[in-house]
Ligand binder design. Structure first.
Ligand SMILES: Nc1nc2c(ncn2[C@@H]2O[C@H](COP(=O)(O)OP(=O)(O)OP(=O)(O)O)[C@@H](O)[C@H]2O)c(=O)[nH]1
Ligand SMILES: [Mg+2]
Ligand SMILES: [Zn+2]
Length: 308
């Protein structure tokens, strides 16, 4: 039988067949998928071949995993050099960001967008908790949404508590497989809870937010949307993994820079201080966002070239 993985804890899995039957599954033997070194070989969204193990208990064994269309990884919290596959076979990824309780930095948003570009997953951003925004945050929202809109990313405001913008976000999800991601405490599980009034996924109060260690959702889980499509709730992320991107390729994942790369004088230009750099001069002339350019430089500094 062929099934899709709906939940992965690393030791057992929840899978659903094409006819809608759900089973608990485990893996027999060792899996090595391509040349990916991953701490979890099977991720939510994976298509797998299953075999009945115990009919009474409804348990099955996974004995094959099909090639992935795409996937998104994060850094393992224990080992920076290991990825952890968050989810596979996605149609799109949706970042929940917030400007308050907790605050999502622009650097984090940019890393998310780079990861999405690198893995060929279309990306969108929703700013949640707008009910908490005062003048300062509202201005910031306008500023960031115009930056990202200008380079082709959809940005929407939402307040789950205030029931504002929720329907607009639901429209984006229809008939697609969407990865829902973002820092811990931004409201991912709360969003799923309002789509499914019959659910009560665990959510947690972020008052007295310290920015550390408050991970309410511990495993990624996929849900069938009542209006068509699937959504994957994930544990809060501290950072996206970008370790496969070499320094000289980083600008390819910034759409506004990608469009200018051929205008640089040198074809190995890293857009720092090279003469005739089209990207640096576009940033100086404010033709591309300076904030994005600064993000580019900051992220460039964090990439260590692999020593072959
Ligand atoms: N003020 C306000 N609070 C919200 C809103 N949406 C969610 N919250 C609150 O934010 C807190 C965290 O929400 P969760 O849904 O647990 O966040 P999460 O993104 O699933 O967090 P992790 O599972 O840790 O990754 C809860 O107390 C929610 O009630 C909103 O629109 N406005
Ligand atoms: Mg959660
Ligand atoms: Zn350049």
């Amino acid at each position: 039988m062929i099934a899709t993985v709906y939940k992965s804890t690393g030791s057992w899995y929840k899978v659903k067949t094409e006819t809608g039957d759900a089973y608990n599954a485990r893996v027999k033997g060792k899996f090595k998928i391509g040349d990916i070194t991953s701490t979890n070989p099977i991720a939510v969204g994976d298509k797998v071949k299953i075999e009945m193990e115990n009919k009474e208990e409804g348990s099955v064994v996974i004995n094959e995993i099909f090639d992935r269309k795409n996937y998104i990884t994060r850094q393992s919290p224990h080992n920076k050099n290991q990825h952890h596959i968050v989810a596979a076979n996605l149609d799109q990824s949706l970042l929940f960001a917030t400007l308050k309780d907790p605050k999502t930095s622009q650097g984090f948003i940019d890393r998310f967008l780079i990861a999405s570009e690198a893995y060929h997953v279309p990306a969108m951003i929703v700013f949640n908790k707008t009910d908490l925004y005062k003048k300062k945050e509202l201005e910031k929202f306008e500023e960031v949404s115009s930056i990202y809109n200008a380079i082709g990313y959809k940005v929407l405001p939402m307040s789950i508590s205030g029931n504002i913008g929720v329907e607009e976000v639901k429209v984006l999800l229809k008939d697609k497989v969407t990865l829902l991601t973002g820092h811990s405490g931004v409201g991912k599980s709360s969003f799923i809870n309002i789509i499914f009034p019959e659910f009560t996924l665990k959510t947690q109060d972020v008052s007295g937010w310290s920015g550390k260690g408050l991970h309410t959702t511990t495993f990624a889980e996929m849900f069938d949307l009542p209006f068509g499509g699937k959504i994957i709730d994930t544990p809060g992320l501290r950072e996206f993994a970008l370790m496969d991107i070499p320094k000289h390729e980083l600008s390819h994942y910034f759409p506004e820079m990608r469009a200018l790369i051929n205008d640089c004088q040198f074809n190995n230009c890293m857009h720092i201080e090279e003469p005739g750099c089209a990207i640096k001069s576009a940033a100086d002339d404010e033709k591309i966002s300076i904030d994005r350019y600064i993000s580019y430089r900051n992220i460039l500094d964090t990439i260590k070239e692999r020593s072959w």
